[in-house]
Design a protein around this ligand. Structure first.
Ligand code: CA
Length: 396
């Protein structure tokens, strides 16, 4: 892990296993600061820090988390909480929140165009794409924290259009490089969140790997969208980087190309985040991972505020701890494509690994590592840590 992901300007929230309990923590340099212990010792006046997950703190909205963050900066600067630091290498990090509902979007127009052109060469981008943030309701029960092994799913596939489908282990297992946005304060059922308040409802971002079985997906996705191709595992990083930490890295979204429609009034927004995101891969034979792609969340067609406003526009309620995935983050450059389906163009251009192996899709034993960070002159670099998972063989 990069040593400079967690300067005092970052202070992401997470949860760690300690003394048989789940403690809310933050990351500082190579250490983890036990915020539960700090609260119990009277160093921080925030009862939500004594809960076993972040949902209660999330429910209080961004000001509560901001107050904790500012107090922690004070404690760390003065060195008055040092007895509650634990080396990160000894920390067993857990899922940071109970994820109630999980929604995955499709916010990268480059990803949507690439994938669309493989599945529908004549009609890559459907006519709704530039008007409406496309998403689907995912499954929260299979969200796992970084470091959890992922079992290759089995499912129904059909390669030969003239034959019956087969049932067996997926042969085209893929990752998807995404950012996750955790909802903080929710909204009441029936009361949409206005776009200019949408970021007040976002607690922070994590890295998210939406593992995807492309062969299962191809056969099942019409007419109702992803189902078993996606819901067998979603891995997230243990750290949630707050929007306060991301403040210096707000940027304007990419200008929409000439001829593209402007968003409808309820979706007009101007805040993107400059987060570089990378995929690293290590096969079972490799000693070190190799970076295979690098993109940026700034390139997304739809902003996080647009996703939140759209999701609630019909009155749908979001709750503290709900998770929104951005969708695969791809750019225009080939090495910015955020999944193997795109990088290898559906397996037709295999990826060469430094040890001589090649990949069309993931093999058993492969480890996928997502990383993310923000850099801007005049500001401390902050990072997201890592989101890791090793592919294990399917159940025989
Ligand atoms: Ca996805």
């Amino acid at each position: 892990m990069a040593v400079n992901d967690f300067p005092i300007e970052n202070l992401p929230f997470g949860v760690m296993q300690r003394d048989g309990e789940a403690h809310i923590v933050t990351a500082f340099g190579d250490d983890v600061l036990d915020l539960h212990a700090c609260a119990r010792a009277g160093l921080i006046d925030e009862p939500a820090l004594r809960e076993p997950d972040l949902n209660a703190l999330m429910a209080k909205g961004r000001p509560a988390a901001r107050a904790v963050r500012e107090r922690v900066q004070e404690l760390l600067t003065r060195g008055t909480a040092d007895e509650h630091l634990v080396p990160m290498k000894d920390a067993r990090l857990l899922l940071p929140a109970r994820v109630g509902d999980y929604t995955d979007f499709y916010a990268s127009v480059h990803h949507a165009t690439n994938v669309g052109s493989m599945f529908r060469p004549d009609n890559p981008l459907l006519p709704n794409y530039k008007w409406i943030p496309i998403g689907y309701h995912g499954r929260s029960s299979s969200i796992v924290v970084s470091g959890t092994d992922v079992r290759r799913p089995r499912g129904q596939t059909r390669d030969d259009a003239n034959a019956a489908p087969l049932f067996g282990p997926s042969k085209r297992l893929d990752y998807e490089l995404e950012l996750g946005a955790f909802i903080g304060a929710g909204n009441a059922l029936g009361e949409p969140i206005a776009i200019d308040r949408a970021l007040d409802h976002v607690f922070g971002f994590c890295l998210l790997n939406d593992w995807s079985a492309r062969d299962i997906q191809t056969w099942e996705y019409q007419p109702l969208g992803p189902f078993l191709a996606k819901n067998f595992a979603t891995t997230i990083s243990p750290w949630i980087v707050t929007l306060d930490a991301l403040e210096p890295f707000r940027v304007s979204p990419e200008k929409r190309p000439d001829g593209d429609p402007q968003p409808l009034p309820y979706l007009q927004d101007s805040v993107a985040f400059d987060v570089t995101v990378e995929v690293w891969l290590r096969s079972a034979k490799m000693s070190e991972p190799v970076r295979i792609s690098r993109g940026n969340a700034r390139d997304l067609y739809w902003t996080v505020a647009q996703l939140v406003a759209h999701h609630t526009s019909n009155g749908c309620n979001l709750r503290p701890g709900d998770l929104l995935g951005s969708g695969t983050i791809s750019g225009t450059a080939k090495d910015s494509r955020g999944c193997l389906l795109e990088l290898t163009w559906r397996g037709t251009e295999p990826l060469a690994l430094p040890d001589g192996e090649t990949r069309k899709f993931l093999e058993d034993g492969d480890e996928v590592i997502l990383r993310g960070y923000c850099e801007r002159e005049g500001h401390a670099r902050i990072g997201f840590g890592e989101c890791r998972g090793v592919v294990r063989p399917a159940i025989s």
